[in-house]
Design a protein around this ligand. Structure first.
Ligand SMILES: Nc1nc2c(ncn2[C@@H]2O[C@H](COP(=O)(O)OP(=O)(O)OP(=O)(O)O)[C@@H](O)[C@H]2O)c(=O)[nH]1
Ligand SMILES: [Mg+2]
Length: 376
């Protein structure tokens, strides 16, 4: 019996076996041949690299430029060069292109129709009808993305053109999970963004609690900032670090990302949420939003994430996240048994539990997405 890995549909599994299909093609039925051809087309449609490719903006450089500050299902909100807000639809040439918060776009101010006329136009409270059409996307300075959750979507884009990623983790509610921070570090390295950890809700743990779970990261030289938006503690250095930069805030739902934006910038009042009885957030923020601050710098508030997949990322990034490991381990972490005391003694690791984290990420990166043509 065939085994199906998590997240793989039966069809997807079949894609791995397309060589077997072509071998037997001589005698196979027409129906099977057609099926095999359909599957091959499906692979092309989900080519991971193609998803990130942008059409040439060259012919559109005479048009005005704007920043995409928020995506909606049918339209986008733009901030123009003179900082006016404008709603726009996407031009036909951009069909199939994934736009993301932070994209620099060229737009034409001509009157436009919604793509799907059966959908009601946005109401006044939703920001009114679109007044422009996005016709081109400028090359991205950086692109923060995570691995997709299913085979049809190899990447989930988070933000374009950012400079830094600040991963937010609460001391409690929801609990601090160092594994998420390691994953975020991979994403930041891949996108070429500077990386900082923001410990939020510091007021919820005693001052004596030194948060030892963060020691491995401290020893790696990762910048860690302890903050309490409630008490206004630890915010001043952050305001300084923001100057002239675009910073993405990422973290589980309910860790206090929007509260932090509100505290760092008194002119902005984002909706913040409570917690469920399980101590998890309520997904209060529903879309990434680009927020230029009057005091300088830009914050990007994002919806709470459940997990950060690293599927499809390059394994060489792990050598930088787990730099305390000797090269022999980084070359082939699966060759070492994390349960074997003799192995751990020989490696003389300060944080042996990190071997398991390394192995988990190593395997996940290679969890080949069967719908990807070029995947590394
Ligand atoms: N004690 C304490 N509570 C805080 C702090 N920061 C935020 N909170 C509370 O945490 C809850 C969630 O805050 P939000 O800012 O909505 O969290 P979020 O990360 O934006 O959540 P999503 O939008 O769902 O991703 C709210 O009840 C806040 O009042 C803090 O520094 N200390
Ligand atoms: Mg929020």
């Amino acid at each position: 019996m065939k085994k199906y890995r998590l997240g793989q549909s039966r069809e997807a599994q079949d894609l791995d076996h397309r060589e077997a299909y072509s071998r037997e093609r001589g005698g196979e039925s027409k129906r099977r041949q057609r099926h095999a051809e359909r599957l091959e087309t499906a692979i092309e449609a989900h080519d991971a690299e193609a998803l990130l490719r942008l059409p040439d903006a060259g012919p559109w450089m005479h048009l005005p430029e704007a920043t995409l500050i928020q995506r909606h299902s049918q339209w986008v909100d733009l901030e123009t060069e003179d900082r006016a807000l404008m709603r726009a639809t996407l031009g036909g040439k951009l069909k199939g292109v994934r736009l993301v918060c932070g994209d620099r776009v060229r737009y034409s101010a001509a009157p436009v129709e919604l793509d799907d006329p059966s959908q009601p136009p946005p109401t006044r409270s939703e920001g009114g009808s679109p007044e422009a059409q996005v016709v081109a996307v400028m090359p991205r300075k950086s692109l923060l993305k995570r691995g997709g959750i299913d085979d049809r979507e190899p990447w989930q884009l988070i933000c374009a053109n950012a400079d830094e990623l600040w991963i937010c983790a609460a001391v409690v509610d929801p609990p601090l999970r160092p594994g998420l921070l390691e994953r975020a570090q991979v994403l930041a390295l891949d996108a070429g963004l500077a990386f900082r950890v923001l410990v939020t809700k510091r007021d919820r743990a005693s001052k004596k609690d030194t948060l030892p779970e963060l020691d491995p990261l401290r020893e790696q030289g990762v910048a860690i900032h302890e903050t309490s938006a409630l008490k206004g503690e630890g915010l001043e250095p952050l305001a300084g670090l923001l100057q002239g930069k675009v910073v993405v805030l990422l973290g589980h739902s309910g860790v206090g990302k929007s509260t932090l934006v509100n505290a760092l910038h008194p002119d902005i009042t984002l909706r913040t949420g409570g917690l469920t009885k399980f101590g998890t957030g309520k997904q209060t923020t529903t879309a990434a939003r680009w927020l230029p601050l009057a005091a300088g710098g830009t914050l990007v508030d994002t919806p709470g994430i459940r997990s950060l997949s690293v599927r499809g990322f390059n394994r060489t990034l792990l050598a930088r996240v787990f730099s305390e490991f000797p090269p022999e381990v980084l070359e082939d972490p699966m060759a070492f048994d994390p349960e074997d005391d003799a192995t751990l003694d020989r490696l003389n690791l300060d944080y042996p539990e990190r071997l398991q984290s390394l192995q988990r990420l190593w395997q996940e990166m290679d969890d080949r997405n069967p719908n990807q043509n070029v995947w590394r």
